[in-house]
Design a binder for this molecule. Structure first.
Ligand code: BGC
Length: 767
């Protein structure tokens, strides 16, 4: 009764107290019963009722007592003490708790046992689907299909919310140019324009139009910032990055999702300009909160406040808490520095209470927007959970997304699509028979073994004879298949080779499924070799000796360097880690029931020594030389500069021709570009038409090419369409190293085509 009365007071209170330091515009929403909610006034009232410790409690996030996605809590910070903090109202959020039963139990403690009964917000890494896992984000990005990507996030949100969770730590919008870094699987690849569009699609999918709907969840843009620039691609390593690259390459997707209303941000483990991102005033206070007007909250990465001391930036948890809160980190994930140190820091006058109020206000705001104050159990309906999780329509959509994510890299002599009848097909590779690897990394709510394998997918086509031979394992048999453990690669066991060779010998076509296991990319999984792991390359070469009619299906979470295969193998299909419907999607593409249209969102190198390699590089003063007997130009003496497959590349079972590229100045800073695209082949297909510009001379040097538009176009055989792009101020300018957006007069090249090597070009000028 006392608690209910208090709630009523909070909800109805309209007294306006001191304003927040961030001067946000109050958001007013009308609820279903017509009550006008003015969150800011209600937060004022609530903050007035809260003790300093309770406000700091809102800034404290603990991992569930059941699961962990990072190093285990330090001694003393065990489940018991976390539980006690929860009961005292000293926890504002939990992560890694899933399922209505567990979430309801914890929410009940927060709501019924604490003094003010403020509901928890529950976060979870819903990176590519919840239970119904879809393709890894890098794969989805290869579709360049924003509507389908949005739908995929929408489904993930619905399934997640039905399980009691109201916040995902996604999308990761880190631009990544280094295939050695394991987390490239989690992002949209190397390009800031594509990355921005995909980031926005994902945020819109997760959050929808109404955050309080039981089908939507809050999104989180991470990792702010430059985490994708870890030196040498080694996880958690320092990022040494100039401000021009920061503003023009790293920030754009973060800015785009901020403008699209993303409600939370996560900072990063790395240093930026020698200051940990978590303690970085420039990133969090100046750029994000001041310049971009972000009024949601920033959560630290796992333990990253405490890790500032390990970096050598702070000398204790206490100083770390002080510098992190001053820098604008609002919520402490799992380092406990805030809950232990902040109150004392305020009492000593080292931290102003206004900073605590601001952080708590931001967190409470998102809780209000999620509708948690109206009904803290709104995501906790066990019957609803049962009907929604794993719903058939999610599987249908996951299949659709998976097919659209596949990229056809090579198809000599039209080996693909496979004939549907009368063929003897050999299927080789342990990954062809794997029902867990296709789930990829970051699929912590999915059940092991829940993916459709390639064998199962191909078996649905019964007109051919299919014989499977493993050939070789990718991982050793004692590898622990878990998110937190290292896997070990099979570097020696070739005992299955001879069986595979004899099956291949007597077959018409050999389908080989090779590549990385799903747990060889993701957090903590950097590689120095980005080839086919273990003995797979030699398996491929052994099979090639007896049958060259090979279709190589790659599964991987990063670009791979496969120069031998690219030269010798007639057909290569990039199938990433495609989620629960993986085998069905691959089979439908191999048999031509789906014509692939994916395009690479990251450059594939020939050689790991070329990494980082990306299409939007700057010209050197000594670019590609014409003669090869003079050495003084920018090159390697043992490898060409060209990638194996460029950014934006991907084939189809049909062919496309581009012609009649025109530009027209429609206003001083508005150029209309048109091009004609014809399907010149025999089957219908889709093409991602890509537009690149090159600002030829500028006050800071611009990349040799920059993607500034794309459109996914479907064409019947022999059909022609005219595609129109509008280049406006948003596309024509760039940021100075001081963060000023400018558009300069001068001449630009414009290129249009099916990949970043597009040759069809013309020029235009801005006055
Ligand atoms: C990762 C984050 C993730 C968090 C919570 C960290 O190790 O860097 O991306 O959201 O753990 O699981």
């Amino acid at each position: 009764m006392k608690k209910a009365l208090l709630f009523y007071m909070i909800l109805m209170s309209i007294s306006c107290q001191k304003s927040s330091p961030d001067h946000v515009t109050p958001k007013t929403t009308t609820t279903s019963n017509g009550m006008q909610l003015d969150y800011e006034k209600r937060i004022d009232s609530l903050l007035n009722l809260m003790t300093l410790e309770e406000k700091i409690g809102q800034m404290n996030q603990y991992s569930g007592f059941w699961d962990a996605t990072g190093p285990s809590p330090k001694a003393g910070e065990d489940a018991d003490s976390k539980y006690k903090d929860l009961k005292k109202g000293l926890v504002g959020s939990m992560l890694n708790v899933k399922g209505v039963a567990q979430i309801k139990a914890l929410q009940k403690i927060a709501v019924e046992d604490t003094r003010l009964g403020i509901p928890l917000i529950f976060g979870y890494d819903v990176i590519h689907g919840f239970k119904t896992t879809g393709p890894i984000p890098l794969a989805e990005s290869a579709s360049w299909d924003l509507e389908t990507i949005k739908k995929s996030a929408e489904n993930a949100a619905e399934e997640t919310a039905a399980s009691g969770i109201n916040w995902t730590f996604a999308p990761m919008v880190d631009i990544s140019r280094d295939a050695r870094w394991g987390r490239v699987m989690e992002g949209a690849g190397e390009d800031p324009y594509l990355g921005s569009k995909i980031g926005v699609a994902r945020v819109q999918g997760f959050q929808g139009d109404d955050l309080s709907s039981p089908k939507t969840i809050a999104a989180c843009a991470k990792h702010f910032a430059a985490y994708g620039f870890a030196e040498a691609g080694r996880e958690y390593n320092t990022a040494d990055i100039g401000t021009s690259t920061l503003y023009n390459i790293v920030f754009p997707p973060f800015k785009a999702v901020t403008d699209a209303g993303v409600r939370t941000f996560m900072n990063a483990f790395n240093l930026v300009n020698d200051i940990p991102a978590t303690g970085n005033v420039f990133l969090q206070r100046d750029v994000l909160k001041r310049d971009w007007g972000f009024n949601g909250f920033i959560v630290s990465d796992w333990g990253s406040i405490g890790e500032m001391t390990t970096h050598g930036y702070t000398n204790s948890d206490k100083q770390a808490a002080e510098l992190a809160v001053k820098a604008g980190s609002d919520m402490d994930m799992e380092s406990s520095a805030y809950v232990k140190e902040l109150a004392q820091l305020v009492k000593e006058g080292k931290v102003e209470e206004a900073l605590i109020d601001d952080a708590a206000r931001r967190i409470l705001r998102v809780k209000f927007e999620l509708g948690l104050f109206e009904d803290p159990y709104r995501y906790c309906d066990a019957d609803y959970e049962k009907t929604v999780v794993g719903e058939k329509s999610f599987h249908d959509d996951a299949l659709d997304m998976a097919k659209k994510s596949i990229v056809l890299l090579k198809n000599e002599n039209n080996l693909l699509p496979l004939k549907k009848e009368g063929q003897k097909i050999a299927l080789i590779g342990a990954l062809a028979n794997d029902k867990t690897s296709p789930l990829g990394n970051w699929r912590i709510a999915a059940d092991d073994g829940s993916a459709v394998s390639v064998i199962e997918g191909l078996n649905a086509y019964s007109g051919n004879t299919l014989t499977y031979a493993k050939g070789a394992d990718v991982l050793t048999l004692d590898s622990k298949l878990s998110f937190v453990h290292e896997v070990t690669i099979n570097e020696t066991d070739k005992s299955g080779f001879s069986e595979a060779v004899s099956v291949a010998k007597t077959s018409d076509v050999v389908v080989m499924v090779l590549g990385e296991h799903g747990l060889q990319s993701g957090e903590g999984r950097s590689r120095t070799q980005i080839d086919l792991p273990g003995v797979q390359q030699s398996l491929l070469e052994e099979i090639y000796k007896v049958n060259q009619n090979i279709v190589l299906v790659l599964t991987n979470g990063r670009p791979l360097a496969i120069p031998w295969a690219a030269e010798h193998i007639p057909a290569i299909v990039e199938a990433w880690h495609l989620g629960v419907q993986s085998g069905n999607a691959i089979a439908q593409v191999l048999y031509g029931d789906y014509n692939p249209s994916g395009k690479l969102p990251m450059t594939f190198p020939k050689n790991v020594g070329q990494v980082p390699i990306f299409y939007n590089n700057k010209s050197t003063g000594r670019p590609d030389g014409e003669t090869n007997d003079v050495v003084f130009w920018s090159h390697y003496i043992d490898e060409s500069n060209a990638p194996l497959y460029p950014f934006g590349y991907g084939l189809s079972y049909t062919s496309f021709a581009y012609k009649n590229l025109t530009t027209r100045k429609t206003a001083a800073r508005h150029i209309t570009v048109t091009v004609e695209l014809t399907n010149t082949g025999q089957v219908k297909g889709k093409e991602v038409v890509q537009l690149y510009i090159h600002d030829k001379y500028a006050s800071t040097v611009r990349p040799v090419k920059e993607l500034k538009g794309f459109e996914l176009v479907a064409l019947e055989p022999q059909e022609t369409k005219t595609i129109t792009f509008e280049l406006t101020e948003a596309e024509l300018g760039f940021y100075t190293g001081q963060g000023e957006y400018i558009i300069e007069p001068g001449e630009f090249d414009v290129f249009v085509g099916g990949d970043s090597n597009a040759k069809l070009s013309t020029t235009f000028s801005l006055d």
